[in-house]
Design a protein around this ligand. Structure first.
Ligand SMILES: *Cc1c(COP(=O)(O)O)cnc(C)c1O
Length: 289
Protein backbone atom coordinates (compact mmCIF):
# COMPACT_ATOMS: atom_id res chain seq x y z
CA UNK A 1 0.00 0.00 0.00
CA UNK A 2 2.61 2.56 1.06
CA UNK A 3 5.27 1.73 -1.50
CA UNK A 4 2.86 2.47 -4.32
CA UNK A 5 2.58 6.15 -3.40
CA UNK A 6 6.27 6.85 -2.84
CA UNK A 7 8.37 8.85 -5.28
CA UNK A 8 11.88 7.65 -5.94
CA UNK A 9 14.42 8.76 -3.38
CA UNK A 10 17.72 10.28 -4.46
CA UNK A 11 20.98 10.97 -2.69
CA UNK A 12 22.04 14.49 -3.55
CA UNK A 13 25.78 15.10 -3.31
CA UNK A 14 26.65 18.56 -2.01
CA UNK A 15 29.17 20.62 -3.95
CA UNK A 16 31.62 21.55 -1.23
CA UNK A 17 35.18 22.73 -1.02
CA UNK A 18 35.91 20.50 1.97
CA UNK A 19 38.05 17.42 2.74
CA UNK A 20 34.95 15.23 3.25
CA UNK A 21 32.07 14.19 1.01
CA UNK A 22 28.46 14.92 2.07
CA UNK A 23 25.30 13.68 0.39
CA UNK A 24 21.71 14.25 1.48
CA UNK A 25 19.16 11.45 1.22
CA UNK A 26 16.03 13.24 0.12
CA UNK A 27 13.30 11.50 2.12
CA UNK A 28 11.50 14.86 2.01
CA UNK A 29 10.68 14.05 -1.60
CA UNK A 30 8.87 10.77 -0.88
CA UNK A 31 5.44 12.30 -0.70
CA UNK A 32 4.01 15.77 -0.04
CA UNK A 33 2.04 14.65 3.04
CA UNK A 34 3.62 11.45 4.34
CA UNK A 35 7.12 12.79 4.08
CA UNK A 36 10.46 11.71 5.35
CA UNK A 37 11.02 9.20 8.07
CA UNK A 38 7.32 9.12 8.97
CA UNK A 39 6.65 7.20 5.76
CA UNK A 40 8.94 4.38 6.91
CA UNK A 41 7.70 4.50 10.50
CA UNK A 42 4.04 4.26 9.53
CA UNK A 43 4.33 1.68 6.77
CA UNK A 44 4.35 -1.56 8.79
CA UNK A 45 2.02 -0.12 11.41
CA UNK A 46 -0.65 0.52 8.80
CA UNK A 47 -0.08 -2.91 7.25
CA UNK A 48 -0.55 -4.44 10.69
CA UNK A 49 -3.72 -2.43 11.35
CA UNK A 50 -5.05 -3.63 8.02
CA UNK A 51 -4.08 -7.24 8.72
CA UNK A 52 -5.90 -7.08 12.07
CA UNK A 53 -8.91 -5.67 10.24
CA UNK A 54 -9.04 -2.62 12.49
CA UNK A 55 -10.92 0.50 11.46
CA UNK A 56 -9.36 3.33 13.42
CA UNK A 57 -5.90 4.68 14.11
CA UNK A 58 -5.27 6.46 17.39
CA UNK A 59 -2.02 8.29 18.00
CA UNK A 60 -0.40 11.03 20.08
CA UNK A 61 1.57 14.17 19.44
CA UNK A 62 2.33 17.79 20.15
CA UNK A 63 0.61 20.65 18.35
CA UNK A 64 3.23 20.87 15.59
CA UNK A 65 3.86 17.14 15.22
CA UNK A 66 4.91 15.91 11.78
CA UNK A 67 3.78 12.47 12.94
CA UNK A 68 0.22 13.72 13.54
CA UNK A 69 0.13 15.31 10.09
CA UNK A 70 1.48 12.20 8.35
CA UNK A 71 -0.81 9.84 10.27
CA UNK A 72 -3.89 11.92 9.45
CA UNK A 73 -3.07 11.77 5.77
CA UNK A 74 -2.21 8.05 5.75
CA UNK A 75 -5.39 7.20 7.65
CA UNK A 76 -7.52 9.03 5.13
CA UNK A 77 -5.62 7.57 2.21
CA UNK A 78 -6.00 3.99 3.45
CA UNK A 79 -9.56 4.28 4.76
CA UNK A 80 -9.10 4.40 8.50
CA UNK A 81 -10.81 6.79 10.86
CA UNK A 82 -8.23 8.63 12.91
CA UNK A 83 -8.03 10.17 16.35
CA UNK A 84 -5.15 12.40 17.39
CA UNK A 85 -4.62 12.91 21.10
CA UNK A 86 -2.86 16.25 21.31
CA UNK A 87 -0.75 17.47 24.23
CA UNK A 88 -2.18 20.60 25.91
CA UNK A 89 -5.84 21.10 26.80
CA UNK A 90 -5.41 24.88 26.50
CA UNK A 91 -5.34 24.34 22.73
CA UNK A 92 -9.00 23.31 22.71
CA UNK A 93 -10.01 26.97 23.02
CA UNK A 94 -7.60 28.36 20.46
CA UNK A 95 -7.66 28.55 16.70
CA UNK A 96 -5.96 25.48 15.20
CA UNK A 97 -2.43 25.94 13.89
CA UNK A 98 -1.72 24.83 10.29
CA UNK A 99 -0.60 21.32 11.34
CA UNK A 100 -3.72 20.61 13.37
CA UNK A 101 -6.02 22.30 10.88
CA UNK A 102 -4.66 20.11 8.10
CA UNK A 103 -5.02 17.01 10.26
CA UNK A 104 -8.61 17.90 11.04
CA UNK A 105 -9.40 18.61 7.40
CA UNK A 106 -8.02 15.15 6.58
CA UNK A 107 -10.65 13.74 8.92
CA UNK A 108 -8.64 13.32 12.10
CA UNK A 109 -10.67 13.80 15.23
CA UNK A 110 -8.57 15.91 17.60
CA UNK A 111 -8.78 15.31 21.34
CA UNK A 112 -6.86 17.70 23.56
CA UNK A 113 -5.36 16.23 26.72
CA UNK A 114 -3.95 18.08 29.69
CA UNK A 115 -0.23 17.64 30.19
CA UNK A 116 -0.92 15.50 33.30
CA UNK A 117 -3.13 13.10 31.38
CA UNK A 118 -0.91 13.15 28.30
CA UNK A 119 2.00 12.03 30.46
CA UNK A 120 0.10 8.84 31.30
CA UNK A 121 -0.31 7.85 27.65
CA UNK A 122 2.10 4.92 27.80
CA UNK A 123 0.83 3.41 31.05
CA UNK A 124 -0.96 0.04 30.77
CA UNK A 125 -4.04 1.49 32.54
CA UNK A 126 -4.38 4.35 30.08
CA UNK A 127 -3.93 2.09 27.07
CA UNK A 128 -6.38 -0.50 28.43
CA UNK A 129 -9.00 2.20 28.90
CA UNK A 130 -8.42 3.47 25.37
CA UNK A 131 -8.74 -0.05 23.94
CA UNK A 132 -11.98 -0.59 25.82
CA UNK A 133 -13.42 2.66 24.52
CA UNK A 134 -12.20 2.06 20.95
CA UNK A 135 -12.09 -1.73 20.42
CA UNK A 136 -11.47 -1.38 16.67
CA UNK A 137 -8.53 0.98 17.04
CA UNK A 138 -4.86 0.40 16.33
CA UNK A 139 -2.81 2.53 18.70
CA UNK A 140 0.46 4.08 17.53
CA UNK A 141 2.66 5.70 20.20
CA UNK A 142 3.84 9.32 20.20
CA UNK A 143 6.15 10.08 17.29
CA UNK A 144 5.19 6.69 15.83
CA UNK A 145 8.06 4.83 17.48
CA UNK A 146 7.57 1.11 18.11
CA UNK A 147 9.08 -2.15 16.85
CA UNK A 148 7.27 -1.93 13.49
CA UNK A 149 8.50 1.64 13.02
CA UNK A 150 12.06 0.49 13.59
CA UNK A 151 11.54 -2.34 11.10
CA UNK A 152 10.34 0.22 8.55
CA UNK A 153 13.22 2.60 9.29
CA UNK A 154 15.71 -0.14 8.43
CA UNK A 155 14.54 0.22 4.84
CA UNK A 156 15.77 3.82 4.64
CA UNK A 157 19.28 2.61 3.78
CA UNK A 158 19.84 0.65 0.57
CA UNK A 159 22.66 -1.82 -0.05
CA UNK A 160 24.32 0.81 -2.25
CA UNK A 161 24.16 3.35 0.59
CA UNK A 162 25.86 0.88 2.90
CA UNK A 163 28.62 0.38 0.33
CA UNK A 164 29.02 4.06 -0.52
CA UNK A 165 29.04 5.80 2.87
CA UNK A 166 30.98 5.59 6.13
CA UNK A 167 28.96 7.85 8.42
CA UNK A 168 25.17 8.08 8.42
CA UNK A 169 23.69 11.15 10.12
CA UNK A 170 20.10 11.73 11.19
CA UNK A 171 18.00 13.96 13.40
CA UNK A 172 16.63 12.33 16.55
CA UNK A 173 13.27 12.95 18.23
CA UNK A 174 12.05 9.76 19.87
CA UNK A 175 14.90 7.59 18.56
CA UNK A 176 12.91 5.22 16.34
CA UNK A 177 14.51 6.25 13.09
CA UNK A 178 18.09 6.11 14.32
CA UNK A 179 17.46 2.67 15.80
CA UNK A 180 16.38 1.41 12.37
CA UNK A 181 19.50 2.93 10.77
CA UNK A 182 21.71 1.33 13.42
CA UNK A 183 20.09 -2.07 12.90
CA UNK A 184 20.58 -1.79 9.13
CA UNK A 185 24.23 -0.75 9.38
CA UNK A 186 27.40 -2.82 9.74
CA UNK A 187 30.31 -2.36 12.14
CA UNK A 188 32.15 -0.47 9.40
CA UNK A 189 29.61 2.38 9.68
CA UNK A 190 29.11 5.05 12.29
CA UNK A 191 25.58 6.30 12.90
CA UNK A 192 25.54 9.81 14.28
CA UNK A 193 22.32 11.22 15.72
CA UNK A 194 21.63 14.91 16.28
CA UNK A 195 19.09 15.24 19.05
CA UNK A 196 16.32 17.80 18.70
CA UNK A 197 15.90 17.63 22.48
CA UNK A 198 18.15 18.55 25.36
CA UNK A 199 19.55 15.79 27.57
CA UNK A 200 21.13 12.37 27.24
CA UNK A 201 18.01 10.26 27.89
CA UNK A 202 17.75 9.40 24.17
CA UNK A 203 21.19 7.82 24.29
CA UNK A 204 19.87 5.51 27.02
CA UNK A 205 16.55 4.79 25.32
CA UNK A 206 18.20 3.81 22.05
CA UNK A 207 20.76 1.68 23.90
CA UNK A 208 17.82 -0.35 25.25
CA UNK A 209 16.60 -1.06 21.72
CA UNK A 210 19.84 -2.23 20.11
CA UNK A 211 22.86 -4.33 21.01
CA UNK A 212 25.10 -2.51 18.53
CA UNK A 213 27.59 0.11 19.65
CA UNK A 214 28.59 1.81 16.36
CA UNK A 215 26.49 4.90 17.07
CA UNK A 216 26.28 8.07 19.09
CA UNK A 217 23.68 10.74 19.82
CA UNK A 218 24.70 14.30 20.63
CA UNK A 219 22.54 17.12 21.94
CA UNK A 220 25.27 19.68 21.24
CA UNK A 221 23.21 21.08 18.37
CA UNK A 222 19.71 21.19 19.91
CA UNK A 223 19.99 25.00 20.30
CA UNK A 224 18.75 24.88 23.89
CA UNK A 225 15.92 22.38 23.43
CA UNK A 226 13.05 21.12 21.35
CA UNK A 227 11.83 23.68 18.77
CA UNK A 228 14.18 26.33 20.18
CA UNK A 229 15.87 28.45 17.54
CA UNK A 230 18.16 31.46 17.18
CA UNK A 231 19.40 33.77 14.45
CA UNK A 232 22.50 31.70 13.82
CA UNK A 233 20.37 28.63 13.04
CA UNK A 234 18.08 30.60 10.73
CA UNK A 235 21.05 32.16 8.95
CA UNK A 236 22.57 28.72 8.44
CA UNK A 237 19.30 27.33 7.04
CA UNK A 238 18.86 30.28 4.69
CA UNK A 239 22.37 30.05 3.30
CA UNK A 240 22.25 26.24 3.03
CA UNK A 241 18.96 26.42 1.13
CA UNK A 242 20.26 29.10 -1.21
CA UNK A 243 23.48 27.24 -1.91
CA UNK A 244 22.21 23.69 -2.29
CA UNK A 245 18.56 24.15 -3.27
CA UNK A 246 17.42 21.75 -0.55
CA UNK A 247 14.71 23.02 1.84
CA UNK A 248 15.28 22.46 5.57
CA UNK A 249 13.21 23.16 8.66
CA UNK A 250 14.21 24.52 12.04
CA UNK A 251 13.30 21.63 14.38
CA UNK A 252 15.20 18.63 12.99
CA UNK A 253 17.00 18.79 9.66
CA UNK A 254 18.31 22.36 10.02
CA UNK A 255 19.92 21.51 13.35
CA UNK A 256 21.38 18.24 12.02
CA UNK A 257 23.04 19.91 9.03
CA UNK A 258 24.26 22.79 11.19
CA UNK A 259 25.85 20.16 13.43
CA UNK A 260 27.42 18.24 10.55
CA UNK A 261 29.05 21.37 9.15
CA UNK A 262 30.23 22.48 12.57
CA UNK A 263 31.83 19.08 13.19
CA UNK A 264 33.48 19.18 9.75
CA UNK A 265 34.94 22.62 10.52
CA UNK A 266 36.33 21.27 13.80
CA UNK A 267 38.06 18.36 12.02
CA UNK A 268 35.83 15.74 13.68
CA UNK A 269 35.74 13.51 10.58
CA UNK A 270 38.77 11.88 8.95
CA UNK A 271 39.74 13.17 5.54
CA UNK A 272 37.71 11.68 2.66
CA UNK A 273 34.99 10.42 5.01
CA UNK A 274 31.80 9.80 3.08
CA UNK A 275 28.83 11.19 5.02
CA UNK A 276 25.19 10.52 4.23
CA UNK A 277 22.78 12.92 5.93
CA UNK A 278 19.20 11.66 6.11
CA UNK A 279 16.75 14.44 5.24
CA UNK A 280 13.84 13.22 7.33
CA UNK A 281 11.31 15.65 5.83
CA UNK A 282 9.13 17.61 8.22
CA UNK A 283 8.74 20.53 5.85
CA UNK A 284 5.05 20.93 6.77
CA UNK A 285 6.35 22.51 9.98
CA UNK A 286 8.92 24.79 8.30
CA UNK A 287 8.99 28.27 9.80
CA UNK A 288 12.08 30.09 8.66
CA UNK A 289 12.04 33.90 8.33
C1 LIG B 1 9.75 12.88 13.64
C2 LIG B 1 10.93 13.46 12.99
C3 LIG B 1 12.24 13.12 13.37
C4 LIG B 1 12.52 12.25 14.55
O1 LIG B 1 12.35 10.90 14.31
P1 LIG B 1 12.39 9.87 15.53
O2 LIG B 1 12.18 8.55 14.91
O3 LIG B 1 11.24 10.25 16.43
O4 LIG B 1 13.68 10.03 16.24
C5 LIG B 1 13.28 13.64 12.63
N1 LIG B 1 13.08 14.49 11.61
C6 LIG B 1 11.84 14.86 11.24
C7 LIG B 1 11.70 15.81 10.12
C8 LIG B 1 10.73 14.35 11.91
O5 LIG B 1 9.51 14.75 11.53
Amino acid sequence: MFDRIAQTISNQSLKLDLPVHVAVKRLDQIHPQISGNKFFKLKYNFLEAQRLNLKQIITFGGAYSNHIAATAYAAQRFDFQSIGIIRGDELAHKALNPTLLTAQQLGMQLQFASREIYRLKETPEFLAELKQKYPLAYIIPEGGTNALAIQGSQEILTQTDLQDYDVICCAVGTGGTITGLIEASTDRHTILGFSALKGDFLQQEVAQRTLKTNWKITDDYCFGGYAKTDDQLFQFIQSFEAQHRIPLEQIYTGKMLYGIFDLISKGYFDENTRILAIHSGGLQGRKVP
